[in-house]
Design a protein around this ligand. Structure first.
Ligand code: G4P
Length: 195
C-alpha cells in the first residue's frame, strides 16, 4: 500500500536492525486518515470472505481494526492483555509470548462475542514473530469459529511470523512488508505497483 509505505519512509525511525518505531501514526499518536485508508484496504481485500467479526489485540491493533470494521460492517473485538474489572468467567484465553519484550501475557476474549457461526478476520499492527496472531488463532479455534485470514499493517518479512502463519495455510494480507532494516534504512519487499 503506497500511502503506508510513504508514511513509513517519511516518519518511521529505524531503532535497530529489528525494530521500527512508528509512534507518529500507529503506535502512540494515530493518523486517522491513514487508518481510514488502511481499513478500506483491508475491507477491499477481504470483501468476499464472508467476514462476520474482526478480532484484534489491544492496543495498537484497535485503530486499524475499527476502520476495517466500519467498511466491512462488522463488529470489532479486541483481546485483552490485562485483567478487566468486568471481564470475568466465561472466557477464551491463550498465552502470548513476546520475544521482543521477554514477557508472556494471558490474552482473553469473552465467550459472548465469538461463536461457531463466526467467520473471523484477525488484524494486528505488526507481524514479527507471530506470537500474537497464534494466540488469536487459538482463541478462534477454541470458539469453533473459522478464520478467513489475517490482516497486518506492517509485516517484518525478515522475522519468522509471516511464514509460520502462511505455512498453516492461512491467508495473510500485509499492507507493507519490510525486507530489511539494515544500515538504518527501510527496504520493502516488492509488490505490484498498484497497491
Ligand atoms: P509477535 O506478536 O509478532 O510475536 O511480536 P513480538 O512479540 O515480537 O512483539 C511484541 C510487541 O511489539 C507487539 O506490540 C508488536 O506489535 C510490537 N512490535 C514488534 N516488532 C515491532 C517493531 O519493529 N516496531 C514496533 N513499533 N512494534 C513492534 P504490543 O506489545 O502488543 O504493543 P501494543 O499493541 O500495545 O502497541
Amino acid at each position: 500500500m503506497r500511502l503506508l509505505k510513504e508514511k513509513i519512509v517519511s516518519e518511521g525511525k529505524v531503532l535497530s536492525e529489528n525494530v521500527l518505531k512508528v509512534d507518529t501514526f500507529l503506535n502512540h499518536q494515530i493518523d486517522p486518515l491513514l487508518m481510514q485508508a488502511i481499513g478500506e484496504e483491508f475491507a477491499n481485500r477481504y470483501k468476499d470472505a464472508g467476514i462476520t467479526k474482526i478480532l484484534t489485540i489491544e492496543s495498537s491493533g484497535i485503530a486499524p481494526s475499527m476502520f476495517a470494521g466500519i467498511n466491512l460492517g462488522v463488529p470489532v473485538i479486541f483481546a485483552r492483555k490485562r485483567k478487566s474489572l468486568t471481564l470475568s468467567g466465561n472466557l477464551y484465553s491463550s498465552k502470548v509470548h513476546s520475544f521482543t519484550k521477554g514477557e508472556t501475557n494471558d490474552i482473553s476474549v469473552s465467550k459472548d462475542f465469538i461463536g461457531s457461526e463466526d467467520i473471523v478476520l484477525i488484524i494486528d499492527d505488526f507481524l514479527a514473530n507471530g506470537q500474537a496472531v497464534l494466540g488469536l488463532l487459538d482463541i478462534v479455534e477454541q470458539a469453533n469459529a473459522k478464520t478467513s485470514g489475517v490482516g497486518i499493517v506492517i509485516e517484518k518479512g525478515f522475522q519468522t511470523g509471516g511464514s509460520m502463519v502462511r505455512e498453516k495455510g492461512i491467508r495473510v494480507e500485509s499492507l507493507a512488508i519490510i525486507k530489511s532494516l539494515a544500515d538504518g534504512k527501510v527496504e520493502f519487499v516488492e509488490e505490484s505497483p498498484s497497491i
